[in-house]
Write a protein that binds this ligand. Structure first.
Ligand code: ADP
Ligand code: MG
Length: 349
């Protein structure tokens, strides 16, 4: 069931289209992440949904009710939409418990009390009800902000770059924690980030955004493994490409002859087409060869900790990346053959 729906939404600032003919559906109980570079319109999308700004055109519905567009505009406090700000925006003069109760001050006091207890329990801060937000760590403050937004039982929770204020080491831990909290609360959530690893790791679905529009939306492993555009392929992780012309069932490339049945979605119906084949670093291995043999040479080496990533310039002029075990040392300028690993997944454009 669709809880949030944007249909053809456009919002301009001056002559800039921050959100351009944008359509997206978010389903009940899911965690969907909008992923895109800085300035692509993510925050604007959330502000439109929360009712902080109005669309120039298009419609927004929440639980089937029109909240913006077609001459209609429902105020933020009348929408069942909660917003968790990037900087948490906790009230420093209120206790943790008072912060959580902030959005439900019209409930009777027993119900308020019970709800605050329930939420502090959910976010693992039952012992901090009387504490001041200033005495909490960054991760704890984020939990309070989440609890405060969830208190009024919103149908939808919007989260703007929820991990950007946390140390790298805390980020990974809080990703799992936030996902657990959202799932236990059973809320429908739309999160926003520019961090592809974060989007892939926490989301039920990812919507990749560029210049105010959605490029692709799908499950994390689908947008990663079957990107529909070069932008998506490159934004989601290191991407090497080899080009060639399709000759019925094969393509001659800088990696040698590739069979079409190795490449997702490519068949003889595209005979004669010029295609770019995408290969991720974990699909390729560089094997040292004689000076006079091989497919190309190593031009760069990156150490990531668990692995080395070698950049190989192929004789065809294409550039690919090969990920190797950390103990697999290859020298720069070495001639190499580039092999596909057994369970490779190739896409094409
Ligand atoms: P993101 O959150 O993806 O980084 P934003 O939605 O904040 O992107 O911004 C999208 C574009 O709209 C940017 O170019 C930004 O400068 C512009 N923009 C956003 N809000 C305003 C505003 N209030 N006034 C003018 N320009 C704005
Ligand atoms: Mg933003």
């Amino acid at each position: 069931e669709t809880v949030l729906e944007l249909d053809g939404v456009t919002r301009t600032f001056g002559d800039e289209r921050a959100v351009a003919d944008f359509s997206l559906s978010v389903y009940e109980g899911e965690l969907l992440t909008l992923l895109g570079p800085s300035g692509c319109g993510k925050t604007t999308t959330l502000r439109l949904l929360a009712g902080l700004i109005r669309p120039d055109s298009g419609t927004i519905t929440v639980n089937g009710d029109l909240v913006a567009g077609n001459g209609q505009f429902i105020n933020p406090d009348q929408r069942d939409v909660g917003l968790v700000f990037q900087d948490y925006a906790l009230f420093p003069h209120l206790s943790v418990g008072e912060n959580v109760a902030y959005g439900i001050d019209d409930w009777d006091s027993d119900a308020q009390d019970a709800r605050v207890d329930e939420l502090l329990d959910l976010v693992g801060l039952a012992d901090y009800r009387g504490a001041s937000p200033d005495d909490l760590s960054g991760g704890q403050q984020q939990r309070v902000a989440l609890a405060r937004s969830l208190a009024p039982e919103p149908d939808v929770l919007l989260l703007d770059e929820p991990f950007s204020n946390l140390d790298v080491s805390l980020r990974k831990q809080m990703r799992e924690e936030v996902r657990r909290i959202l799932k236990e609360a059973g809320v429908t959530a739309l999160s926003v980030t520019h961090d592809q690893e974060e989007a892939l790791s926490i989301s039920d679905r990812v919507a990749v955004m560029s210049e105010g529009q959605i490029e692709q939306v799908g499950r994390p492993e689908v947008v990663f493994q079957q990107p529909e555009s070069r932008f998506v392929a490159e934004f989601l992780g290191q991407a090497g490409f080899v080009s060639g012309r399709l000759d019925e069932h094969t393509i001659e490339t800088g990696l040698g002859t590739l069979d079409t049945d190795m490449i997702q979605g490519l068949g003889p119906e595209y005979d004669g087409a010029e295609v770019d084949v995408l290969a991720r670093p974990d699909d390729l291995r560089a094997i040292p060869t004689e000076e006079t043999a091989g497919d190309g040479q190593i031009v760069e080496r990156e150490y990531t900790g668990p692995s080395f990533v070698y950049t190989v310039e192929l004789d065809s002029g294409d550039v690919v990346y090969c990920e190797h075990n950390h103990s697999d040392h290859l020298d720069l300028d070495r001639r190499v053959r580039v092999d596909l690993v057994a369970d490779h997944r190739l896409a094409w454009f």
